[in-house]
Structure formats: C-alpha cells, structure tokens
Design a protein around this ligand. Structure first.
Ligand SMILES: [Zn+2]
Length: 217
C-alpha cells in the first residue's frame, strides 16, 4: 500500500478513537484529611492520565450529583485511613510496594466490579520520607500525583476488565517511590488500548465483544 492510503487509514483510525471519548464519573468523597491543594493535584493528574484512553473524567462528591446526569462509565471509590499527607508521625521505609497493597478493586465471581479502595495510611507511610524534603505547592503536587496514580491503576483493572499487569507504566504490579512522585509517569500504549472499547489486535467481532472476552482472563 502506498504512503497516501496509509495516511488516510491513520486519519480515520484517529478520528474513530476521538469519536469514542467516554465520560467517566468517579463517585467518591474528598479523601479524609486531604487539603484542597493536594485534592486539586489529584484530580488534575487523574484527568491527565485518563485522557489518552479517551476518557473524560469527573470527580463527583455527594453534593455534586444531579438528577438526570448521564455518564458513560461510573466508578465508586473510597479511602481508608487519613489522607492528610504531611503527618510526620508516619515514617515508613518502603522502597517498592505492590500496587494491590496500596489499593484494590472488588472482584466477585470472577468479575471485576467498578469499586476500589485506597489505603491512604499505607500510601502516606510510603510517601512521607520523600514528601518531607519538599514544602508548599511541590509537596501538594507530589502527594496528589501519587494518590492519582494509585487510583488510575485500579481504574485500569476496571476499564480493561483484566487482573493482568504490564512491565511498564501505571499498570505495573508494583510502584516505587519514584514511580509515584516523578514528573513523567503514565499508562503504556498497551494499557491504553485495553481500556478503550475498541477491537483488540488479533480479535474478531465488535468492540463490546472484545471487551467481554477480556473479562474472562
Ligand atoms: Zn493491579
């Protein structure tokens, strides 16, 4: 095939992907003890992480839910322990933590349910040694970023309908302190493809069928 037809195909595929942007409502209260700056950083990072998966994310607290609102996807989140990052009494020494120990997603009868829990106490214990080196906005940004990445990992399992992990990116089975706090960290391309409701390479049938097949893994 010549270069021009390939360019047309690429354009059509890009257009199709953008046409399938889905709205996602994350129903959760503001994490207990979290200051507003960290909460803002959390939501901004989550929005940044999910956008390449064609997901338009909105955080919905109880007083922000309105009759007749429609979202393509809905996930419910909750937070255990205090998310008040900055409590110097929690000083851990964890260099690498399984993502599943910082948060987990409900699985019933082999099905991944759209519910996740985050262990804020464990996350705070892991983060505190790093956060103590920073002050002000940088500290808020890093704390919010870390919580967002743990949440994004669980959202990956829910949207991809998969308990599998990848070697790199947000879908890694374990996060280092560096993964949680560094500037550049995101989903790898395979994770993004799995989270989209489109036909997967090597699979046949409709997009919906492909997603359903993934749930059997
Ligand atoms: Zn996981």
């Amino acid at each position: 095939m010549s270069a021009i037809p390939w360019a047309v195909v690429a354009f059509l595929l890009t257009s199709a992907a953008h046409a399938q942007t889905r709205t996602l409502a994350l129903y959760a209260e503001k994490p207990s003890g979290m200051d507003s700056f960290t909460f803002q950083s959390l939501r901004e990072e989550l929005r940044r992480l999910l956008a390449p998966a064609d997901v338009d994310f909105k955080w919905k607290e109880a007083d922000q839910r309105y009759p007749g609102e429609h979202f393509d996807l809905a996930i419910v989140g909750s937070f255990d322990g205090s998310c008040a990052f900055g409590d110097s009494s929690s000083r851990g020494n964890v260099s690498l933590a399984p993502a599943g120990s910082l948060a987990h997603t409900e699985i019933t009868g082999g099905r991944i349910l759209p519910f996740f829990r985050v262990d804020c106490s464990g996350l705070s214990e892991m983060l505190e040694p790093a956060l103590q080196r920073y002050q002000g906005w940088t500290r808020h940004t890093m704390a919010g970023r870390a919580v967002a990445r743990v949440i994004a990992h669980e959202i990956y399992h829910i949207l991809a309908k998969s308990v599998d992990h990848h070697d790199s990116g947000i879908a890694k089975p374990c996060f280092s302190l560096h993964d949680l706090t560094r500037d550049a960290f995101a989903f790898d391309l395979r994770s993004l493809a799995e989270m989209r409701p489109v036909q997967k390479p090597g699979r046949s049938g409709s997009g919906a069928d492909a997603v359903d097949e993934a749930s059997g893994r």
